[in-house]
Write a protein that binds this ligand. Sequence first.
Ligand code: 3HC
Length: 323
Amino acid sequence: MYAQMVKSEPHDQSAEAEAFQARIDAGEKIEPQDWMPDGYRKTLIRQIGQHAHSEIVGQLPEGNWITRAPTLERKAILLAKVQDEAGHGLYLYCAAETLGVSRDEMTEMLLDGRMKYSSIFSYPTLTWADMGAVGWLVDGAAIMNQVPLQRTSYGPYARAMVRVCKEESFHQRQGFDIMMKMAKGTQAQKKMAQDALNRFWYPSLMMFGPSDAESVHSAQSMAWKIKMNSNDELRQKFVDQTVPQAEYLGLTVPDPDLKWNEDRGHYDFSEPDWSEFFDVLKGNGPCSVDRIETRKKAWDDGAWFRDAMVAHAEKHKTKVAAE
Ligand code: 3HC
């Protein structure tokens, strides 16, 4: 279906492409029925699809702790958060579907490795303090990336982001609240909080993608306002926002070179180990195989339900046609 839509694009794209770029530059929203260059459509499908997959796969490391939450209140909060992530995945799959790709196609592409999900979810959640670190750092990094995406040029994506961002900010606060409890708790709890920060700091910095020099898509995506900021810009903003929060918690960011730079008005910090990042992208993260196997099992287990829904819709169509 996606291939057919691309084929039906007009041959002479240059005049249209220029008019399209002028609309983007003027801050207009592009809607599903509007003409768009093939590359714009493909880039959006790649980015929105990857984002949708990240929301769904992202339920796994936290869902893993619902039965082990320390209190009923914490369990209810975590349950609500994980359900929100499912909702985010659905808004995003719907936004991608407006571009002519089906959810089934996107899921198949995830399962056979043609599409990615965020590197962060290939890391394990080993203790309850990790629920705090994920909410504080991972959702914090996601918000830093997603707030500007509310102004992205593609209408359905921008509108989906408005709701997602509202919920993500609740997620980040609940994570910080867990960290506060742990960091101000017993020595053992403080140690767990520090350990969670140590393990999640660099993987969180990796969420913003490779350095600007290595980012293959940034220049074109920023010209099309599919991305509003470069990877390094957002990473720096995240560090500047998060370091004072770590200080407030009385925890230490695991970077001996972290230092406020008066001249730049920003923190200097160490880059993550990029070889580890690219290795995770190849499917070699600590939980990469497990995550995809779990998604595949859920997809296979749901086949009977999808078949039943299609059969029901077909039956309804035949009935209406006969009337
Ligand atoms: N994880 C996995 N792959 C990544 C990545 C990451 N953290 N960062 C970059 N990549 C991949 C890119 O997809 C690209 O590979 P591809 O060409 O095979 O698709 C390659 O690395 C080069 O990176 P670029 O910088 O050129 O790629 P982009 O321009 O797409 O920038 C991005 C990467 C900043 C992540 C951008 O895609 C983006 O802003 N996406 C939307 C936000 C998103 O996907 N967030 C997921 C976060 S998790 C989440 O929101 C869940 C919540 O519950 C916490």
